[in-house]
Structures are given as C-alpha cells and as structure tokens.
Write a protein that binds this ligand. Structure first.
Ligand code: HEM
Length: 293
C-alpha cells in the first residue's frame, strides 16, 4: 500500500485498480484515538451505570421522590404471583412481564431480584461502591476525550470540513434516506447527511447532555453550581434525562454497528483504525449521495 498522508484523495501507485477507487487518508490520528477512547469509556460507563441504577430502580420527574409523590415514570422490580416471583418493568403506568432479564433474573434455581441482570452490570454482583468508582473514573476519561476531540477538530478542520452541516446537505437528505433504506452505500471522503446528523447529534448533543446531567446529580457540584440542578428541572429529572440519553446512545450504537456491517466492515474498520479508506471508482462518485457507515 503506497499512498500520501493528505486530506485529498490520493491514487495508489500500485496499478491497476480497476474495481476499486483510490485509497485515501480519511480519519486523522486524533479522530481515531478519541473514537476508541470514548467507545471504551462508554462501555464501562454503561455497565457500571446500570449497577448504580439497580440500587434505586425507579425514575421520577421532578425534584423529589418517595411514596408520597406520584411522579414515577419507570420502575423495574419483582412481585410474588401465583406462579412464583416474576420480574416486571412498568413504564408510564404500563406493566410488562420481563422475568429472566429485568426485575427477576439469574441462573435457573438461583434467580434474585435485580433490575438489570448480572451479565449487564459491572461488577456482576451487587457492589455500589465499586460501580461508582468505575463510573466516575470513566466519566472523566470521556469528558477529557471529548475536549481533546473538540480542540483537535477545530484546529485540524475536521469539524468544519466533515461535520458542519451545509445547505447542500438538506437537499441531499431525501435521497440519502432512500439510499440508506435500500442499503445502497457510496464510499467517498465526505460523511453523508445522515452520518453528519448522527455523529453531530452524539458529539454535540448527547455526550454533552450526559456530562451536564451527570454533574447536576453530583452533590458536590450542587454547592458549586446550584442553578444547574434547577434549570434541568430538579435532581430526579436530571437522572431521568441521564438515563434517556443512555438509551439513545445505545440506540445509536446498534445502528452504527449495523451500518458499518452493511457498508463493508473491513474498509470501515481500516478507516477508523489506520485512517486509510478505499473509495468507490471515480464513475460511482458522480452519483448524487455520499458514502455511508
Ligand atoms: C459507544 C460506542 C461508539 C460511539 C459513541 C461511536 C461514535 C462515533 C462517532 C461520533 C463517529 C464519528 C467520529 C468523527 O468523525 O469525529 C464514529 C465513527 C466511526 N465509528 Fe464509531 N462509535 C462507537 C463505537 C464503534 C465501534 C465499536 C466500532 C467498530 C466496530 C465503530 C466504528 C466506527 C467507524 C468505522 C467510524 C468511521 C465511520 C466513517 O468514517 O464513515 N464505532 N463513531
């Protein structure tokens, strides 16, 4: 593989390349490093966060919680029935039987009451203290990583060039949606409109909101920035937003992986690991929409 490290498409000198387009240097070292750091951090934060949730498996709206308030919007628990203990999940008053996964789970004959099952939490056994240490450690790794990504992206032009929305993106959106629905992918240097929306949404909305709502729940932050809790609608609402953002990130992750598999996992992974990306032959670039992952 012989190519020049530049942001412009560069043709390989090893000829011929009849079926494939040029190999280009697409993801900078900063993009790749920060990508894997936040993917790694979010993995540990998700599993330790579910363990922390297990200590109080309800979500509320507002500033307070307790029996005297009727502001529970989600509850995961267990109840005794004629058929023995069953796990349930109640969302906005609608109750679902989730035995075996949520509320009541474990190896056959050793089931226990836990909101999220042991295979979905860090540590797998009940240990709130360790979960909090893991969660807060990776929260700082994630926050630092996001700041590094922002500074590097502003300096090297990644944010302006690859993520900033343009008027043209809006024009391409309908065609882009149709192409995604047909799993028709184009491999070019630019992110397509849906990618820009998804990546921009994660990096500029979901992750910052995750950090802000996390800070709003911290008692020490409450004394430093008391208004933060207030503008988010209270501590319990901040916790509910934090949980909802987690669900949205999990949703993003599932679609992200499915799109990568559909667009060609070897080429996509090479791009996010080494920076090098195989584009479509020039003729295909004439098509109206861009590559997707
Ligand atoms: C929670 C985990 C993850 C999150 C939040 C995430 C998020 C993102 C974001 C925001 C980008 C755009 C980065 C930028 O342009 O600065 C991106 C790119 C990418 N990610 Fe992930 N990612 C995650 C996990 C993964 C995993 C596990 C894989 C591989 C299996 C993966 C593969 C890729 C690839 C190949 C790209 C480049 C896509 C392209 O250039 O078209 N990601 N990811």
């Amino acid at each position: 593989m012989e190519a020049i490290a530049s942001n412009e498409p560069v043709v390989e000198t090893n000829k011929p390349v009849p079926k494939n387009g040029p190999l280009i240097y697409r993801q900078s070292g900063w993009t790749r490093l920060t990508h894997w750091l936040w993917a790694f951090s979010l993995f540990f934060m998700l599993l330790s966060g579910l363990q922390i949730f297990n200590a109080r498996p309800q979500l509320y709206i507002g500033k307070q919680s307790g029996f005297e308030f009727h502001n529970t919007i989600l509850e995961i628990g267990a109840e005794n029935t004629a058929n023995g203990p069953r796990g349930f999940t109640e969302i906005f008053g609608h109750r679902f039987d989730t035995t075996g996964v949520l509320g009541w789970s474990g190896p056959p004959g050793q089931e226990t009451q836990r909101a999220f099952p042991s295979w979905l939490t860090i540590p797998s056994y009940y240990d709130l203290g360790t979960a909090r240490v893991v969660h807060f450690f990776f929260a700082w790794v994630l926050t630092t990583t996001l700041l590094i990504w922002l500074i590097a992206g502003l300096i090297n032009g990644h944010i302006r060039r690859d993520l900033a929305p343009r008027v043209d993106d809006l024009r391409k959106l309908p065609r882009d949606i149709v192409d995604h629905a047909k799993l028709k992918f184009h491999h070019t240097r630019e992110y397509n409109t849906l990618q820009k929306m998804a990546y921009g949404g994660v990096l500029f909305v979901l992750l910052p909101l995750m950090i802000i709502t996390g800070l709003a729940m911290s008692p020490s932050m409450n004394s430093v920035l008391p208004w933060l809790n207030e503008i988010l609608g209270g501590r319990q609402t901040a916790r509910t937003i934090h949980f909802t953002v987690m669900l949205m990130l999990v949703g993003f992750f599932i679609i992200h992986i499915l799109m990568i598999l559909a667009a060609g996992p070897i080429n996509e992974l090479r791009s996010i690991i080494t920076g090098w990306y195989r584009t479509d032959p020039p003729a295909k670039h004439d098509q109206p929409t861009e590559r997707s992952a």
